[in-house]
Design a binder for this molecule. Structure first.
Ligand SMILES: [Zn+2]
Length: 106
């Protein structure tokens, strides 16, 4: 079980998204660890804009990662969270192959 840094509820990790601090950029920034395989300290959050809003409000990420100068691009995270929420809502279990949606290509 993991604790959502937004609403503080304990939920199975499968229901939450993992966030990590990307320290490869300056200043470090909070990113979503979609595969849940990135190293380092992680924070867990519901794929829910409300939980993200709460987490940003109470500076939960700064506290979770303990990294000086950490920035939170809440607009970017909000878009990603919304896309995760949409995907999870639309495609229930993995009965249909997900079309590769590579957000990183321009
Ligand atoms: Zn939550």
């Amino acid at each position: 079980m993991r604790t959502c840094v937004g609403c503080r509820q304990c939920r199975p990790a499968a229901e939450l998204v993992r966030l990590v601090a990307d320290t490869g950029v300056n200043p470090p920034v909070v990113v979503i660890d979609h595969r849940k395989t990135m190293s380092g300290r992680g924070a867990w959050l519901h794929p829910d804009p409300e939980c993200l809003g709460l987490a940003v409000q109470r500076k939960a990420f700064v506290r979770a990662f303990r990294i000086g100068g950490l920035t939170v691009d809440s607009d970017l995270l909000m878009r990603e969270i919304e896309s995760v929420a949409t995907q999870r809502g639309r495609h229930k279990p993995a009965t249909e192959e997900q079309v590769a949606e590579d957000m990183s290509t321009p």
